[in-house]
Design a protein. Structure first.
Length: 283
């Protein structure tokens, strides 16, 4: 009786599953179906000519490459920020914690304008960086900076709850057994955090692939150099080439899905490996 009551806190499985599929169909599957149906109006030759032109390939390479680099940077420094917020108490900690979420609340266009102002040749940062021979604005490096800015919260907020669940006594026990701080981190803490870190990396990477507002200002939008794929999609839409725009978008979607599927597979493998290792340790 108690088990049956607990199962009926929400509507029955059939109704719940049906509502879930209806919601996903209206919000996700229907728009994606429209995207592919519009792409199918092109012949294979037209499709290949659209998605494999040198300009589009250069945009793909830039979008995926900078998104991957930005996600890697966020994985490293997002873990560091989460560690500081969880393990230390210091004046202004609440302010730092709130600042992490700032990219969520800040309009992306505002972020792009602000970063461009800071890193341009006469900006607060740019003037000194260019004096050192490092140009940021209107280069791929500037795109990485923008994507790093908008992707950091995904890593921090994914890793932070996991770190909060790890008792500090675990580190003390490892130290008592003679482990160095680095060995404690690599063999005790990092395996527990890795699945969450991969999730944060995936979210940051996925967010960066389709980013538009914060990038178009700082990139300079130079074809074959700093032109991102989302900008090409907008350009095709402005030219009323809807089929061409959906072809580029569909190609990005397929590649993004495959990459995310591979990363999720790696995450599942990591969690499974950690579970098997823990089981053997208990034996």
């Amino acid at each position: 009786m108690q088990t049956s009551a607990r199962r009926r806190v929400l509507p029955g499985f059939g109704l719940t599953l049906g509502l879930s599929w209806l919601y996903l169909g209206l919000i996700v599957l229907l728009p994606l179906s429209g995207l592919f149906l519009k792409t199918f109006t092109l012949t294979w030759a037209q499709f290949w000519e659209t998605v494999a032109s040198p300009r589009v390939l250069a945009a793909y390479q830039l979008s995926f490459g900078t998104a991957f680099v930005a996600a890697l940077v966020n994985a490293v420094f997002g873990l560091l920020v989460a560690w500081v917020l969880v393990r230390y108490r210091f004046p202004g900690r609440g302010l730092v914690d709130a600042l992490v979420d700032l990219p969520f609340a800040l309009p992306t266009a505002v972020a792009g304008l602000t970063l461009t102002t800071l890193y341009s040749h006469n900006g607060w940062y740019g003037r000194y960086l260019e004096a050192l021979g490092l140009k940021v604005a209107f280069t791929p490096l500037g795109i990485v900076v923008a994507l790093t800015f908008i992707g950091l919260p995904f890593v921090v907020r994914t890793v932070q709850p996991v770190l909060e669940e790890i008792d500090a006594d675990v580190e003390e026990a490892a130290a008592t057994l003679g482990a160095t701080p680095w060995r404690t981190f690599t063999h005790v803490l990092f395996p527990s955090v890795l699945p969450a870190l991969l999730s944060g990396f995936t979210l940051s990477f996925a967010r960066a692939i389709g980013e538009y507002g914060s990038v178009i200002f700082i990139s300079g939008n130079m074809p074959m150099r700093t032109e991102i794929a989302p900008l090409l999609i907008i350009t095709r839409l402005e030219q009323y080439d809807y089929a061409g725009a959906t072809a580029i978008a569909a190609t990005m979607l397929v590649f993004s899905f495959l990459l995310l599927l591979a990363i999720n597979g790696l995450q599942a493998w990591s969690a499974k490996t950690r579970g098997v290792g823990a089981g053997r340790g208990r034996k």
